[in-house]
Design a protein around this ligand. Sequence first.
Ligand code: GLU
Length: 491
Amino acid sequence: MAVRVRFAPSPTGFLHVGGARTALFNWLFARRAGGTFLLRVEDTDRARSRPEHTQAILDGLAWLGLELDEGPAFQADGVERHRRDALSLLRQGAAYRCFCTAEELAARREEAKRVGSGYGYDGRCGRLDAAVSSARADAEEAFALRVRVPREAIEWEDMVHGPMSFPAGSIDDFIVLRSDGTPVYNLAVVSDDAEAAITHVIRGDDHLSNTPKQILLYRALGRTLPAFGHVPLILGPDGKRLSKRHGAMSVLAYREEGYLPQGMLNFLALMGWSPGDDREVFDVGGLTQAFSVDRVLKKSAVFDLEKLGWLNGRHIADAPAGDLAGAVVEILGREAREEGRDLAGTHPGLEISPERLARIIDLVKGRPRTLPALARQVSPFFAATVRYDDGAVKRFWKRPEETAFHLRHLAERLGGEAAFSDVERLESEVRGVAAELEVGAGRIINPLRVALMGQGVSPGIFEVLEAMGRERALARVRAAAGFLDARVATA
Ligand code: GLU
Protein backbone atom coordinates (compact mmCIF):
# COMPACT_ATOMS: atom_id res chain seq x y z
CA MET A 1 0.00 0.00 0.00
CA ALA A 2 1.52 3.34 -1.05
CA VAL A 3 1.65 5.75 1.87
CA ARG A 4 -0.29 8.98 1.34
CA VAL A 5 -0.40 11.64 4.02
CA ARG A 6 -1.60 15.19 4.16
CA PHE A 7 -1.17 18.40 6.06
CA ALA A 8 -4.54 20.13 6.34
CA PRO A 9 -4.23 23.63 7.81
CA SER A 10 -7.01 26.17 7.90
CA PRO A 11 -5.86 29.39 6.19
CA THR A 12 -6.93 31.58 9.08
CA GLY A 13 -3.42 32.70 10.07
CA PHE A 14 0.25 32.10 9.41
CA LEU A 15 2.05 28.75 9.65
CA HIS A 16 2.79 28.59 13.36
CA VAL A 17 5.15 26.30 15.19
CA GLY A 18 2.51 23.65 16.01
CA GLY A 19 1.28 23.48 12.42
CA ALA A 20 4.80 23.35 11.06
CA ARG A 21 5.58 20.43 13.34
CA THR A 22 2.48 18.54 12.17
CA ALA A 23 3.52 19.22 8.58
CA LEU A 24 7.06 18.03 9.31
CA PHE A 25 5.94 14.77 10.92
CA ASN A 26 3.72 14.01 7.94
CA TRP A 27 6.47 14.94 5.51
CA LEU A 28 9.07 12.80 7.30
CA PHE A 29 6.63 9.91 7.46
CA ALA A 30 6.06 10.17 3.71
CA ARG A 31 9.77 10.51 2.91
CA ARG A 32 10.67 7.56 5.07
CA ALA A 33 8.03 5.37 3.43
CA GLY A 34 8.65 6.62 -0.11
CA GLY A 35 5.09 7.93 0.00
CA THR A 36 3.24 11.07 -1.02
CA PHE A 37 2.82 14.25 1.02
CA LEU A 38 0.02 16.57 0.08
CA LEU A 39 -1.40 19.83 1.26
CA ARG A 40 -5.09 20.43 1.67
CA VAL A 41 -6.14 23.93 2.57
CA GLU A 42 -9.25 23.73 4.75
CA ASP A 43 -10.87 26.91 3.61
CA THR A 44 -14.55 26.18 4.17
CA ASP A 45 -14.76 28.85 6.86
CA ARG A 46 -15.24 31.60 4.29
CA ALA A 47 -15.34 34.39 6.83
CA ARG A 48 -11.91 33.62 8.30
CA SER A 49 -10.03 32.10 5.38
CA ARG A 50 -7.78 34.43 3.39
CA PRO A 51 -5.64 33.84 0.30
CA GLU A 52 -2.74 35.67 1.95
CA HIS A 53 -2.83 33.14 4.77
CA THR A 54 -2.67 30.31 2.26
CA GLN A 55 0.33 32.05 0.74
CA ALA A 56 1.94 32.45 4.17
CA ILE A 57 1.49 28.72 4.80
CA LEU A 58 3.02 27.87 1.42
CA ASP A 59 5.92 30.26 2.11
CA GLY A 60 6.50 28.72 5.54
CA LEU A 61 6.55 25.18 4.13
CA ALA A 62 8.85 26.26 1.32
CA TRP A 63 11.29 27.92 3.74
CA LEU A 64 11.44 24.74 5.79
CA GLY A 65 11.98 22.72 2.62
CA LEU A 66 8.85 20.62 3.09
CA GLU A 67 8.05 20.36 -0.59
CA LEU A 68 4.66 19.09 -1.65
CA ASP A 69 4.20 16.03 -3.81
CA GLU A 70 0.63 17.05 -4.58
CA GLY A 71 -1.56 20.02 -4.10
CA PRO A 72 -2.44 22.37 -2.68
CA ALA A 73 -6.01 21.14 -2.85
CA PHE A 74 -8.75 23.36 -1.45
CA GLN A 75 -11.50 21.95 0.71
CA ALA A 76 -14.03 24.48 -0.56
CA ASP A 77 -13.68 23.00 -4.06
CA GLY A 78 -15.15 19.75 -2.75
CA VAL A 79 -18.41 21.08 -1.33
CA GLU A 80 -20.56 19.38 -3.98
CA ARG A 81 -18.94 16.04 -3.24
CA HIS A 82 -19.33 16.59 0.52
CA ARG A 83 -23.03 17.21 -0.06
CA ARG A 84 -23.37 14.14 -2.29
CA ASP A 85 -21.69 12.03 0.40
CA ALA A 86 -24.08 13.36 3.04
CA LEU A 87 -27.09 12.60 0.85
CA SER A 88 -25.81 9.09 0.17
CA LEU A 89 -25.83 8.52 3.93
CA LEU A 90 -29.50 9.55 3.95
CA ARG A 91 -30.32 7.18 1.09
CA GLN A 92 -28.69 4.25 2.85
CA GLY A 93 -30.39 5.04 6.14
CA ALA A 94 -27.11 5.84 7.91
CA ALA A 95 -28.39 9.41 8.35
CA TYR A 96 -31.85 10.89 8.84
CA ARG A 97 -33.58 14.23 8.39
CA CYS A 98 -33.74 16.30 11.54
CA PHE A 99 -36.43 18.95 11.57
CA CYS A 100 -35.65 20.29 15.03
CA THR A 101 -35.09 24.03 14.83
CA ALA A 102 -32.21 25.89 16.39
CA GLU A 103 -34.62 27.37 18.95
CA GLU A 104 -35.95 23.95 19.95
CA LEU A 105 -32.47 22.55 20.34
CA ALA A 106 -31.38 25.56 22.40
CA ALA A 107 -34.41 25.21 24.67
CA ARG A 108 -33.67 21.52 25.26
CA ARG A 109 -30.04 22.32 26.01
CA GLU A 110 -31.17 24.95 28.53
CA GLU A 111 -33.54 22.51 30.15
CA ALA A 112 -30.82 19.87 30.46
CA LYS A 113 -28.58 22.47 32.08
CA ARG A 114 -31.38 23.46 34.50
CA VAL A 115 -31.93 19.90 35.70
CA GLY A 116 -28.20 19.28 35.71
CA SER A 117 -28.08 16.48 33.16
CA GLY A 118 -25.68 16.31 30.23
CA TYR A 119 -27.06 17.29 26.87
CA GLY A 120 -27.01 15.09 23.79
CA TYR A 121 -29.41 15.01 20.89
CA ASP A 122 -32.12 12.54 21.88
CA GLY A 123 -32.57 11.08 18.40
CA ARG A 124 -36.24 11.93 18.14
CA CYS A 125 -36.21 12.75 14.41
CA GLY A 126 -34.47 9.44 13.82
CA ARG A 127 -37.60 7.74 15.05
CA LEU A 128 -39.89 9.57 12.61
CA ASP A 129 -41.74 7.35 10.23
CA ALA A 130 -39.96 7.38 6.83
CA ALA A 131 -43.12 8.49 5.02
CA VAL A 132 -43.66 11.34 7.49
CA SER A 133 -40.05 12.45 7.12
CA SER A 134 -40.35 12.49 3.31
CA ALA A 135 -43.65 14.30 3.42
CA ARG A 136 -42.27 17.05 5.65
CA ALA A 137 -39.28 17.42 3.33
CA ASP A 138 -41.63 17.57 0.32
CA ALA A 139 -43.56 20.30 2.10
CA GLU A 140 -40.26 22.22 2.16
CA GLU A 141 -39.80 22.14 5.90
CA ALA A 142 -36.14 22.86 6.62
CA PHE A 143 -34.04 19.94 7.85
CA ALA A 144 -30.49 19.02 8.66
CA LEU A 145 -29.00 15.56 8.16
CA ARG A 146 -27.88 13.66 11.23
CA VAL A 147 -25.86 10.49 11.39
CA ARG A 148 -27.41 7.60 13.25
CA VAL A 149 -24.66 6.72 15.73
CA PRO A 150 -24.68 3.00 16.55
CA ARG A 151 -24.83 2.10 20.26
CA GLU A 152 -21.39 0.62 20.41
CA ALA A 153 -17.92 1.61 21.51
CA ILE A 154 -15.71 3.15 18.85
CA GLU A 155 -12.16 1.94 18.98
CA TRP A 156 -8.96 2.40 17.07
CA GLU A 157 -5.29 1.71 17.44
CA ASP A 158 -3.68 5.13 17.50
CA MET A 159 -0.17 5.30 16.02
CA VAL A 160 0.92 7.48 18.93
CA HIS A 161 -1.39 6.67 21.84
CA GLY A 162 -2.05 2.99 21.25
CA PRO A 163 -5.54 1.58 21.82
CA MET A 164 -8.21 4.29 22.02
CA SER A 165 -11.84 3.74 22.91
CA PHE A 166 -14.90 5.96 23.07
CA PRO A 167 -17.65 4.09 24.96
CA ALA A 168 -21.10 3.46 23.51
CA GLY A 169 -23.34 6.45 24.16
CA SER A 170 -20.54 8.98 24.40
CA ILE A 171 -21.36 10.41 20.98
CA ASP A 172 -24.85 11.52 20.05
CA ASP A 173 -26.34 11.58 16.56
CA PHE A 174 -24.44 14.48 15.00
CA ILE A 175 -25.21 16.71 12.06
CA VAL A 176 -23.38 16.15 8.76
CA LEU A 177 -25.32 18.58 6.56
CA ARG A 178 -26.79 21.78 7.97
CA SER A 179 -30.27 22.96 7.02
CA ASP A 180 -28.68 25.62 4.79
CA GLY A 181 -27.01 22.83 2.81
CA THR A 182 -23.48 23.34 4.12
CA PRO A 183 -21.57 20.19 5.07
CA VAL A 184 -20.02 20.06 8.54
CA TYR A 185 -16.32 19.91 9.13
CA ASN A 186 -15.98 16.21 10.04
CA LEU A 187 -17.81 15.11 6.92
CA ALA A 188 -15.71 17.36 4.70
CA VAL A 189 -12.50 15.98 6.20
CA VAL A 190 -13.55 12.35 5.73
CA SER A 191 -14.85 12.96 2.24
CA ASP A 192 -11.60 14.69 1.24
CA ASP A 193 -9.29 12.19 2.92
CA ALA A 194 -11.15 9.26 1.35
CA GLU A 195 -11.15 10.94 -2.06
CA ALA A 196 -7.39 11.58 -1.80
CA ALA A 197 -6.83 7.96 -0.64
CA ILE A 198 -5.06 9.15 2.49
CA THR A 199 -3.58 6.16 4.31
CA HIS A 200 -2.37 7.81 7.53
CA VAL A 201 -3.89 10.80 9.29
CA ILE A 202 -1.25 12.42 11.50
CA ARG A 203 -2.47 15.53 13.28
CA GLY A 204 -2.68 17.33 16.60
CA ASP A 205 -4.17 15.92 19.77
CA ASP A 206 -6.82 18.62 19.62
CA HIS A 207 -8.53 16.48 16.96
CA LEU A 208 -8.81 13.36 19.15
CA SER A 209 -12.51 13.96 19.80
CA ASN A 210 -13.21 14.26 16.06
CA THR A 211 -11.71 10.90 15.27
CA PRO A 212 -14.54 8.62 16.53
CA LYS A 213 -17.03 10.65 14.49
CA GLN A 214 -14.80 10.43 11.45
CA ILE A 215 -14.41 6.68 11.91
CA LEU A 216 -18.20 6.33 11.94
CA LEU A 217 -18.42 8.33 8.73
CA TYR A 218 -15.80 6.19 6.98
CA ARG A 219 -17.76 3.10 7.93
CA ALA A 220 -21.09 4.59 6.91
CA LEU A 221 -19.68 5.71 3.58
CA GLY A 222 -18.07 2.33 3.02
CA ARG A 223 -14.61 3.86 2.59
CA THR A 224 -11.31 2.37 3.73
CA LEU A 225 -10.24 3.61 7.16
CA PRO A 226 -6.84 5.28 7.36
CA ALA A 227 -4.58 4.82 10.37
CA PHE A 228 -4.72 7.70 12.86
CA GLY A 229 -1.90 9.22 14.89
CA HIS A 230 -2.42 12.13 17.26
CA VAL A 231 0.59 14.23 18.07
CA PRO A 232 0.65 15.81 21.54
CA LEU A 233 0.31 19.51 22.12
CA ILE A 234 3.23 21.89 22.41
CA LEU A 235 3.29 23.79 25.69
CA GLY A 236 5.19 26.91 26.63
CA PRO A 237 8.03 26.65 29.16
CA ASP A 238 5.50 27.64 31.84
CA GLY A 239 3.49 24.49 31.13
CA LYS A 240 0.63 26.49 29.65
CA ARG A 241 -0.65 26.57 26.10
CA LEU A 242 1.89 28.04 23.75
CA SER A 243 1.56 31.81 23.63
CA LYS A 244 2.95 34.34 21.16
CA ARG A 245 5.76 35.15 23.52
CA HIS A 246 7.20 31.71 23.18
CA GLY A 247 6.52 30.16 19.86
CA ALA A 248 2.92 30.57 18.79
CA MET A 249 4.25 32.78 16.08
CA SER A 250 4.85 32.30 12.41
CA VAL A 251 7.78 30.03 11.57
CA LEU A 252 8.78 32.78 9.15
CA ALA A 253 9.32 35.10 12.12
CA TYR A 254 12.21 32.80 13.04
CA ARG A 255 13.67 33.28 9.59
CA GLU A 256 13.58 37.03 10.24
CA GLU A 257 15.39 36.49 13.53
CA GLY A 258 18.19 34.67 11.78
CA TYR A 259 17.46 31.01 12.36
CA LEU A 260 18.32 28.53 9.63
CA PRO A 261 15.57 26.33 8.22
CA GLN A 262 17.61 23.24 9.08
CA GLY A 263 17.93 24.44 12.71
CA MET A 264 14.21 25.07 12.90
CA LEU A 265 13.41 21.67 11.36
CA ASN A 266 15.68 19.92 13.82
CA PHE A 267 14.04 21.78 16.68
CA LEU A 268 10.51 21.05 15.48
CA ALA A 269 11.31 17.36 15.09
CA LEU A 270 12.52 17.10 18.68
CA MET A 271 9.32 18.64 20.01
CA GLY A 272 7.37 15.49 20.66
CA TRP A 273 9.68 13.02 18.97
CA SER A 274 12.87 11.39 20.13
CA PRO A 275 15.22 9.09 18.21
CA GLY A 276 15.41 6.80 21.25
CA ASP A 277 19.06 7.56 21.93
CA ASP A 278 20.90 10.72 22.93
CA ARG A 279 21.38 12.15 19.45
CA GLU A 280 20.02 15.65 19.06
CA VAL A 281 21.61 17.28 16.05
CA PHE A 282 20.07 16.04 12.82
CA ASP A 283 20.15 17.26 9.28
CA VAL A 284 17.16 16.58 7.07
CA GLY A 285 18.61 13.36 5.75
CA GLY A 286 19.35 12.13 9.27
CA LEU A 287 15.82 12.99 10.38
CA THR A 288 14.33 11.12 7.47
CA GLN A 289 16.42 8.10 8.37
CA ALA A 290 15.65 8.20 12.07
CA PHE A 291 12.01 9.27 12.16
CA SER A 292 9.24 6.89 13.09
CA VAL A 293 5.77 7.64 14.41
CA ASP A 294 6.00 5.09 17.18
CA ARG A 295 8.73 7.19 18.71
CA VAL A 296 6.43 10.20 18.94
CA LEU A 297 6.00 10.83 22.64
CA LYS A 298 2.61 10.66 24.29
CA LYS A 299 3.21 13.50 26.68
CA SER A 300 3.07 17.10 25.57
CA ALA A 301 6.17 18.73 24.19
CA VAL A 302 7.71 21.88 25.62
CA PHE A 303 8.79 24.82 23.51
CA ASP A 304 12.30 25.70 24.60
CA LEU A 305 13.81 28.73 22.90
CA GLU A 306 17.18 28.02 24.51
CA LYS A 307 17.22 24.65 22.77
CA LEU A 308 16.30 26.22 19.43
CA GLY A 309 19.24 28.60 19.84
CA TRP A 310 21.63 25.82 20.69
CA LEU A 311 20.52 23.60 17.81
CA ASN A 312 20.64 26.49 15.41
CA GLY A 313 24.19 27.22 16.54
CA ARG A 314 25.14 23.63 15.73
CA HIS A 315 23.64 24.00 12.25
CA ILE A 316 25.44 27.30 11.67
CA ALA A 317 28.69 25.59 12.67
CA ASP A 318 27.97 22.71 10.26
CA ALA A 319 26.92 24.86 7.31
CA PRO A 320 29.46 25.50 4.54
CA ALA A 321 30.72 29.09 4.72
CA GLY A 322 29.42 29.70 1.22
CA ASP A 323 25.86 29.03 2.38
CA LEU A 324 26.16 31.60 5.17
CA ALA A 325 27.97 34.34 3.29
CA GLY A 326 24.86 35.71 1.57
CA ALA A 327 23.08 36.21 4.87
CA VAL A 328 26.10 37.94 6.43
CA VAL A 329 26.40 40.33 3.49
CA GLU A 330 22.70 41.04 3.65
CA ILE A 331 22.62 41.75 7.38
CA LEU A 332 25.69 44.00 7.35
CA GLY A 333 24.42 45.72 4.20
CA ARG A 334 21.10 46.43 5.87
CA GLU A 335 22.80 47.87 8.93
CA ALA A 336 24.94 50.08 6.72
CA ARG A 337 21.86 51.37 4.88
CA GLU A 338 20.17 52.11 8.18
CA GLU A 339 23.05 54.45 8.90
CA GLY A 340 22.73 56.00 5.46
CA ARG A 341 25.91 54.34 4.20
CA ASP A 342 26.76 51.38 2.03
CA LEU A 343 28.57 48.15 2.71
CA ALA A 344 31.63 49.23 0.75
CA GLY A 345 31.90 52.16 3.16
CA THR A 346 31.31 50.38 6.45
CA HIS A 347 33.06 47.11 5.55
CA PRO A 348 35.53 47.77 2.75
CA GLY A 349 36.50 44.64 0.87
CA LEU A 350 33.83 42.38 2.30
CA GLU A 351 31.82 42.06 -0.86
CA ILE A 352 34.78 41.84 -3.17
CA SER A 353 36.74 39.17 -1.31
CA PRO A 354 34.46 36.14 -1.09
CA GLU A 355 37.38 33.85 -0.29
CA ARG A 356 38.50 35.91 2.67
CA LEU A 357 34.90 36.20 3.83
CA ALA A 358 34.53 32.42 3.64
CA ARG A 359 37.74 31.91 5.61
CA ILE A 360 36.55 34.27 8.32
CA ILE A 361 33.09 32.72 8.47
CA ASP A 362 34.75 29.34 8.93
CA LEU A 363 36.82 30.79 11.75
CA VAL A 364 33.92 32.30 13.70
CA LYS A 365 30.91 30.10 12.90
CA GLY A 366 31.37 27.69 15.80
CA ARG A 367 29.87 30.00 18.39
CA PRO A 368 26.97 32.21 17.16
CA ARG A 369 23.44 30.92 17.46
CA THR A 370 21.77 33.14 14.89
CA LEU A 371 22.77 34.75 11.61
CA PRO A 372 22.88 38.29 13.07
CA ALA A 373 25.19 36.97 15.80
CA LEU A 374 27.35 35.45 13.07
CA ALA A 375 27.38 38.78 11.23
CA ARG A 376 28.46 40.51 14.46
CA GLN A 377 31.44 38.17 14.67
CA VAL A 378 32.40 38.65 11.03
CA SER A 379 31.93 42.42 11.11
CA PRO A 380 35.13 43.47 12.95
CA PHE A 381 37.34 41.66 10.44
CA PHE A 382 36.19 44.02 7.71
CA ALA A 383 34.84 47.05 9.55
CA ALA A 384 36.28 50.45 8.67
CA THR A 385 36.01 51.27 12.37
CA VAL A 386 35.60 48.94 15.31
CA ARG A 387 32.89 49.70 17.80
CA TYR A 388 33.80 48.86 21.34
CA ASP A 389 31.06 47.01 23.15
CA ASP A 390 30.25 48.72 26.48
CA GLY A 391 30.17 45.51 28.48
CA ALA A 392 33.51 44.37 27.07
CA VAL A 393 35.12 47.75 27.77
CA LYS A 394 33.88 47.74 31.38
CA ARG A 395 35.08 44.24 31.90
CA PHE A 396 38.43 44.13 30.13
CA TRP A 397 39.57 47.72 29.90
CA LYS A 398 39.13 48.53 33.58
CA ARG A 399 42.56 50.15 33.91
CA PRO A 400 42.91 52.37 30.84
CA GLU A 401 46.40 53.62 31.56
CA GLU A 402 47.92 50.24 32.16
CA THR A 403 46.05 48.65 29.26
CA ALA A 404 47.14 51.37 26.86
CA PHE A 405 50.70 50.74 27.91
CA HIS A 406 50.33 46.99 27.41
CA LEU A 407 48.76 47.42 24.01
CA ARG A 408 51.55 49.72 22.83
CA HIS A 409 54.10 47.23 23.92
CA LEU A 410 52.21 44.54 22.07
CA ALA A 411 52.03 46.67 18.92
CA GLU A 412 55.76 47.07 18.96
CA ARG A 413 56.38 43.39 19.34
CA LEU A 414 53.81 42.39 16.71
CA GLY A 415 55.27 44.98 14.36
CA GLY A 416 58.42 42.88 14.11
CA GLU A 417 59.22 41.38 10.70
CA ALA A 418 58.21 37.75 11.27
CA ALA A 419 55.56 38.07 14.00
CA PHE A 420 52.72 37.32 11.62
CA SER A 421 54.36 34.39 9.88
CA ASP A 422 51.98 31.86 11.43
CA VAL A 423 49.62 31.22 14.35
CA GLU A 424 52.31 29.61 16.51
CA ARG A 425 54.62 32.54 16.09
CA LEU A 426 51.80 34.96 16.96
CA GLU A 427 51.07 33.00 20.09
CA SER A 428 54.67 33.05 21.22
CA GLU A 429 54.90 36.81 20.60
CA VAL A 430 51.77 37.54 22.67
CA ARG A 431 52.84 35.24 25.46
CA GLY A 432 56.29 36.76 25.31
CA VAL A 433 54.80 40.20 25.94
CA ALA A 434 52.88 38.90 28.96
CA ALA A 435 56.06 37.39 30.36
CA GLU A 436 58.03 40.55 29.80
CA LEU A 437 55.39 42.64 31.51
CA GLU A 438 55.06 40.04 34.24
CA VAL A 439 51.31 39.65 33.94
CA GLY A 440 49.15 36.59 33.22
CA ALA A 441 48.45 35.97 29.52
CA GLY A 442 44.75 36.71 30.09
CA ARG A 443 45.63 40.29 31.07
CA ILE A 444 47.03 40.77 27.59
CA ILE A 445 44.73 38.55 25.55
CA ASN A 446 41.37 39.86 26.80
CA PRO A 447 42.14 43.54 26.27
CA LEU A 448 43.65 42.63 22.89
CA ARG A 449 40.41 40.90 21.91
CA VAL A 450 38.43 44.03 22.66
CA ALA A 451 40.92 46.07 20.66
CA LEU A 452 40.62 43.80 17.62
CA MET A 453 36.99 42.75 17.74
CA GLY A 454 35.32 45.37 19.91
CA GLN A 455 33.79 42.43 21.82
CA GLY A 456 34.56 40.20 24.73
CA VAL A 457 34.09 36.97 22.77
CA SER A 458 35.79 35.69 19.67
CA PRO A 459 37.46 32.58 18.34
CA GLY A 460 41.02 31.90 19.47
CA ILE A 461 42.86 35.21 19.58
CA PHE A 462 45.90 34.00 17.65
CA GLU A 463 43.69 32.77 14.82
CA VAL A 464 41.88 36.10 14.94
CA LEU A 465 45.18 37.97 14.62
CA GLU A 466 46.21 35.88 11.67
CA ALA A 467 42.86 36.18 9.91
CA MET A 468 42.79 39.93 10.42
CA GLY A 469 46.26 40.36 8.98
CA ARG A 470 49.24 42.39 10.12
CA GLU A 471 48.32 45.81 8.91
CA ARG A 472 44.76 45.92 10.17
CA ALA A 473 45.52 44.20 13.47
CA LEU A 474 48.35 46.62 14.27
CA ALA A 475 46.23 49.61 13.36
CA ARG A 476 43.51 48.38 15.72
CA VAL A 477 45.86 47.78 18.61
CA ARG A 478 47.25 51.29 18.19
CA ALA A 479 43.80 52.80 17.80
CA ALA A 480 42.67 51.11 21.02
CA ALA A 481 45.69 52.48 22.86
CA GLY A 482 44.83 55.94 21.56
CA PHE A 483 41.22 55.53 22.63
CA LEU A 484 42.36 54.57 26.13
CA ASP A 485 44.76 57.54 26.31
CA ALA A 486 41.86 59.83 25.56
CA ARG A 487 39.94 58.23 28.41
CA VAL A 488 42.78 58.78 30.79
CA ALA A 489 43.07 62.39 29.69
CA THR A 490 39.40 63.13 30.27
CA ALA A 491 39.09 61.11 33.48
N1 GLU B 1 -7.80 21.94 9.61
C1 GLU B 1 -7.48 21.28 10.84
C2 GLU B 1 -6.59 22.18 11.67
O1 GLU B 1 -6.04 23.13 11.14
C3 GLU B 1 -6.75 19.96 10.63
C4 GLU B 1 -7.68 18.85 10.31
C5 GLU B 1 -7.04 17.51 10.22
O2 GLU B 1 -5.78 17.42 10.18
O3 GLU B 1 -7.76 16.54 10.11
O4 GLU B 1 -6.45 21.97 12.84
